[in-house]
Design a protein around this ligand. Sequence first.
Ligand code: PEP
Ligand code: MG
Length: 744
Amino acid sequence: MPDGTESESRKLLGRLRDTMAEEAAGQERLDKITHLTADSMGTEVCSIYLFRDEQTLELCATEGLKQEAVHHTRMKLGEGLVGRVARTGQMVNTADAPSERGFRYMPETGEEIYSSFLGLPIQRLGEKLGVLVVQTKDKREFTSDEIYALEVVAMVLAEMAELGAFIGEGAALKARHTQPAMIRGITGQEGTAEGHVWLHEPRVVVTNLVTDDPQRERDRLEAAVEELRVSVDEMLEGASGEQLEVLEAYRMFANSKGWRARMEEDIDRGLSAEAAVEKEQSVARARMSQVADPYLRERLHDLDDLSNRLLRILTGQGRETGAEMPADPILVARNIGPGELLDYGRSLKGLVLEEGSVGSHAAIVARALAIPLVIHAGRVTNEALNGDHIMVDGDQGLVHLRPDDSVVTAFRDKIAMQAQAQERYASIRKKPAISLCGRRVHLLMNAGLLADLPSLPTSGAEGVGLFRTELQFLIRNQMPRRTELVEVYKRVMDSAGDKPVVFRTLDIGSDKVLPYMKPTDEPNPALGWRAIRVGLDKPGVMRMQIQALLRASGGRPLSVMFPFVAQYEEFRAARAEVEKALAIERKLGHAVPEKVTIGTMLETPSLAYASKKFFEDVEFISIGGNDLKQFFFAADRENERVRRRYDTLNVSFLTFLEQIVQRCSETGTPLSFCGEDAGRPIEAVCLAAIGLHRLSMRPASIGPVKSLIMRTDLDALYDVICDARERGEQSVRESVLEYLRWNG
Ligand code: PEP
Ligand code: MG
């Protein structure tokens, strides 16, 4: 880059900074910026278009176009060249704008006389704010240096908009983060909550954008990168597994010459060190929105994280902002680990994640905390500010930020209706779930954390049908010790009192990866080395766990269940481990449970076809519908594309479940169902109708499920299911819904 251009762009930045420093209204500032930019770049026109709502851009300031058009000329996203820049987030650079595809002539601006056009998006960290345009009469394409200069102006504009520098009259000049926003995500956990935003990671605010002293900024950047590098190396020392992979990527970026060189170039052109970091971060975010490959996206996320760390070092802004957590906090984060989430404890009213997945550990913890969760809420960490009024609709997967009065009223009505329903459920809490035809259905709850247990008395559950022991392993940074486990299991049994608890042994692998275990690089982890397969091949941990369970029981009865058993032999081998452990405990003179009941989950179709001997031998079976369904339909439960493709009420699946019911009834084997579907009222009544009379679900579902069972004639519903099957319907859902509607 020639020296002349370098100092030109620095000069322009210096002039922009002076403009910003002056006391002026928002409109005046915008006017000055268009004037300065046109003047510095030698163009006849410079215009700033800002979004007035999500779909509409408004001309907010111009040098060169007719002044009457300001705040009158508007275009839709995608309309004309300006709309195209806004929609795609990509530059348009053309010598002959009128002949460009999509050009729209706006007579009120007088722009017909201008030929060349350079338009750039004004965006901050991937969030679109508007479009910056320069135009000239003569036909010419803009050079890369000119593009660069305009890019820097666009960036400064975006930063200043964030700082509220352009607030003025009219919708397009409204203060940022003051307007209502609705963000559509995906349901992670049902329920509704109203409260105030608490950002897990508050954004860094960059106030110092421009510099006269590039050498000083280079030195600051160098010192900050060095500090970052040291901290990443320190973290790497204790890291393992997935964390190690992320940190290795961090280290790669921290050492990347290209990344550094680009930031140094920005500094030479007049940006401060932090503005240069943020510019790189914006580029990465823009790329992130276009990359489909999950691995690459992850790496871009890593780069984004690293930029945040660097910004925190440069600006001295830590996570601790000194702000007080509001009384009714709704946590907003890009993503969060289960341990971090648990640290917030029971104070949280809801959780909104920009990423996350339904089966993630954070989602499991959110379920345990019984708070609504919306995942994949795009842009939420950009949009939300600490303390913003927020309403979370976990049922619809919607988030309302700074809602207006009509939304608030509608939402509060919904919460009130849910509260009424809760009262109804509370009134039947102590009643048994008996259907209209007299069938008794046992409703139990799923649990996995001590935080779940207060729900046992309040939900009306008859016991814990599935205690997922892996959560105690997942929320720690290292393998829990046996004494710790004894303590946890003892507290679980104490809290349950005389209600039964079924402890499932460690179910790790697939989506549940322990941060402190060596990662296994498997092509298809859901079908890989997981659960009982790990337990039998490397029995150390399972033995420790079984021993902890036996000791925790202190003579009380104990139920143990093995996950992911695919054949009889695996069950026999696992049971032998329990028997061995019992013998050792007896030998050591420890109290052993008065009775140990040993069962298995049925999560692979193969086990449904095991020999009759197996069904006679096993003391109970619990159908893990989440896994069983994914293997039955060959549709990954974690993959949003296919997860919902096959209905649980599909006749093939129901018929298959019915066969399992039949096999168990032939041998008198107690059978239950503990997948998520047990907690969905429509699914639950269908499961009960085909003979699954023991259902284990999340605590919040017990009320709604019981209420529907008590109002349903399960025998008649079974006939409805058989008729639908007979007619060749693919799913019985419609017929079932119609029947239930007819019967109130
Ligand atoms: C299941 O697969 O249905 C189940 C209950 O186990 P998890 O969801 O923990 O895999
Ligand atoms: Mg499972």
